[in-house]
Design a protein around this ligand. Structure first.
Ligand SMILES: Cc1ncc(COP(=O)(O)O)c(C=O)c1O
Length: 478
């Protein structure tokens, strides 16, 4: 049935002495004159309009015929009735009126002041952190989705549990146990929309305004923004070659955010010794360690170290991961593994936020994992991304020499490079004019940046795109 787009609402207060046909003609003339109905636009069939407006079809037919004779409309047999003229170029006023002033809450102002989190643009050199969506097994995904829709589709259309579909909780718990050494029961897995949601929820649930939260320096701005939004005070931990350092005179931290497998953005892997020190610290201080294991599936040289969570005997580690990088970002699925006593509070919080994640996609993701496609996809992507990383390293060495110095590069979807000389901001702008995006390192420091550089995403780029973009980098004025 065609969509009717005519606003009929005021039609039926026909004025005294006016027939319903006249009233309809007048309204349609006005809509055409104001540009609300545009030249070439199809009007609803006389049957549909008559039914919508509780008119007789004869009345609508008569109005259409009248307007056709006046040149406003034309009719094509078998096709319908169309607007024949454009009487104005003016676009109809659609914007809602602006209030005199908008007063944000103090929390709102704090959130806006963070500048928000920016989604990577891809595939575009060198937008960071994106999987190659061109290499995704679309046919398999389509087949699994169709299977779920063919069989009991209504099951996935209802409201669902805030902690996620059991099938996916089980699949994630099994995968994390086997691949990352995470110790958990499926009931401890909260299926969420994103890592960002996990950060936001933990910030709300665990941190009072003014509580100390410690972040790595430099570190992930998504985490910083989430904790600042909740009113936390941010402390920072500098890095050394073993990962985030433990402050000598620690303030009472409520939560410490860590990326031990692959520090974001420097790529350092936290040593076993440092992991044990952090666990002892958390036990002593009674604080939470939040482990963000965002891309450890993509290792190219050695097997990654198992998760910190698997070493924890005191229930102080909260573990999170995301499907944004191993599958695709618009899926909006991630997970958080928590001690059993936090499950219910998180479920309550989720129920006052957005309820739960889309159930159909949770079921399809569980099938993708359970039928072996997930591991196969990871194996293929590891090979593909390793070859791209090698090419990027080789191109940088050949064309830029020591103007850019790659930091750790054994895993991940991006290669962070230090810029020992030159102005990061100016060069970033110059590169942008050449069509190359360079995500900057300096803004990832909360305080004074100790190093300039860029986070070069390579995983979504094909060979020629990498070569071309490095050539453009080589032409910048360092
Ligand atoms: C360290 C880190 N954690 C988490 C994420 C994002 O995950 P999500 O899309 O699930 O919020 C990113 C994205 O770039 C990241 O760099």
């Amino acid at each position: 049935m065609p969509q009717t787009t005519v606003p009929y609402i005021q039609l039926f207060q026909a004025e005294k002495g006016q027939t319903r046909r006249d009233k309809l003609c007048g309204t349609l003339r006005q809509l055409i004159a104001s540009g609300t109905l545009k030249k070439g636009e199809r009007l609803p069939s006389s049957r549909l309009l008559a039914s919508d407006l509780s008119l007789s079809r004869v009345t609508v037919e008569a109005a259409y015929a009248q307007l056709e004779s006046e040149g406003y409309l034309y009719r094509k047999t078998g096709k319908g009735t169309f607007v024949a003229v454009a009487l104005t170029e003016r676009r109809p006023e659609k914007k809602a009126p602006e209030p005199a002033s908008v007063k944000l809450s103090s929390r709102g102002k704090t959130i806006v002041a963070t500048g928000g989190c920016h989604d990577p643009l891809f595939p575009h050199a060198f937008a960071a952190g994106s999987p190659d969506l061109r290499a995704f097994p679309h046919a398999v995904w389509r087949r699994l989705t169709n299977q779920r829709l063919r069989h009991a589709p209504e099951e996935w259309m209802r409201y669902g549990p805030p902690q996620g579909v059991t099938l996916l909780q089980e699949a994630v718990a099994r995968y994390l146990g086997q691949s990352r050494g995470v110790r958990c029961e499926p009931e401890q897995v909260m299926v969420l929309t994103s890592s960002q949601q996990a950060l936001q929820m933990l910030a709300l649930l665990l941190c009072d305004p003014g509580d100390e939260v410690w972040l790595e320096e430099p570190g992930y701005s998504g985490a910083r923004n989430a904790f600042i939004s909740a009113g936390a005070r941010i402390g920072t931990m500098p890095l050394d070659e073993e990962g985030a350092t433990i402050p000598d005179i620690p303030a009472p931290a409520r939560l410490v955010y860590l990326t031990p497998s692959h520090q974001y953005p420097t790529g350092v892997t936290m040593s076993l010794q440092r992991r044990l020190q952090w666990l002892a610290f958390a036990r002593r201080q009674g604080c939470w360690l939040l482990e963000d294991d965002y891309d450890s599936e993509f290792y190219y040289d050695d097997q990654p170290m198992p998760a910190l969570q698997g070493l924890d005997d005191a229930g102080r580690v909260l573990y999170m991961g995301t499907f944004s990088k191993v599958l695709f970002p618009s899926l909006r699925l991630a997970y958080l593994v928590v001690p059993p006593s936090l499950v219910d509070p998180l479920c309550k919080l989720r129920s006052v936020m957005d309820g739960h994640s889309a159930q159909l996609m949770q079921a399809v993701t569980a099938d993708f994992i359970n039928h072996g496609h997930f591991q196969a996809h990871l194996r293929l992507m590891r090979k593909l991304y390793a070859s791209r990383r090698d090419l990027l390293l080789e191109q940088l060495a050949n064309k830029l020499g020591d103007r850019l110095q790659p930091l750790s590069h054994s895993s991940g979807l991006q290669l962070t490079v230090a810029l020992p000389q030159g102005d990061e901001r100016r060069l970033t702008q110059e590169a942008q004019q050449q069509g190359v995006i360079l995500p900057r390192l300096s803004p990832l420091y909360s305080g004074q940046p100790r190093q300039q550089g860029w986070i070069l995403g390579f995983s979504a780029l094909q060979r020629a795109e990498i070569i071309q973009a490095v050539e453009k980098l080589a032409r910048l004025r360092y």
